[in-house]
Write a protein that binds this ligand. Structure first.
Ligand code: FES
Length: 221
């Protein structure tokens, strides 16, 4: 099969004729070429290996050649770095903005009200790997004010738990400013999330809590 890897402005082309029952990360390792990329856990847990595989953002350690449509039908695969984050080198990008946004938007608990909230919902939201796939696919996301779907996911985890009113207000205002006023509801974030997090539920919840006044007046959810 043909392996096309973006390195800088160009693509390097490799031939691979080994086992197809391997992940894309293993493929890159087996090419034995000096290509820079990020990975850590190799189990779909750390989110570090997010990259574009045949133009779709996904985790390279969880994407297998024998399951890839382009490999099966055309015998080729194209691997590129995420395009919405600063490029470090080859397939490696700097995703630190994702973490900075959570700090800027005060995504932490100041005072846990202790009622546990909706534990199942919060567990689902806590699966976020901060890999950046949702931001990569979003037609509206570019570096700047729009924080991306991971802010909605992380905020929705806290809104029923925070009992410090001032801090809760800040979380909601930051959500309005950094997410709600930019999101165009393409829903692509949910399609590509490697953890299958229902991002639309997180967004709806945050909209009810922060924006839609009728819900707040009726004190629903
Ligand atoms: S290396 Fe950790 S998610 Fe792929």
């Amino acid at each position: 099969m043909k392996v096309k890897i973006k390195t800088g402005d160009d693509y390097q082309i490799f031939e691979y004729d080994g086992d197809l029952n391997i992940s894309v990360i293993t493929l890159i390792e087996r090419l034995d070429a000096p290509i820079e990329y990020s990975c850590s856990c190799l189990q779909g847990i750390c989110g570090a290996c997010a990259m574009l595989i045949n133009s779709r953002p996904c985790l390279a350690c969880k994407t297998f050649l024998n399951e890839d449509q382009m490999v099966k039908e055309y015998g080729q695969i194209t691997i590129e770095p995420l395009s919405k984050f600063p490029l470090v080198k080859d397939l490696k990008v700097d995703r630190s903005i994702l973490f900075d946004v959570l700090k800027d938007c005060e995504i932490w608990l100041e005072n846990d009200c202790g009622d546990g909230g909706d534990v199942d919902f919060e567990y689902e939201m806590s699966l976020c790997l901060m890999c950046g796939c949702c931001s990569e696919i979003c037609p509206n996301y570019k570096l700047g004010d729009f924080a991306g779907a991971h802010l909605a996911v992380s905020s929705s985890k806290l809104v029923n738990q925070e009992s410090d009113e001032k801090h809760l207000k800040n979380i909601k205002n930051n959500y309005k400013k950094r997410f709600f006023s930019h999101c165009v509801k393409s829903t692509a974030c949910e399609d590509v999330c490697p953890m299958k997090i229902p991002t639309q539920r997180a967004i709806s919840k945050m909209n009810r809590k922060s924006v839609w006044k009728i819900w707040q007046l009726l004190n629903l959810d």
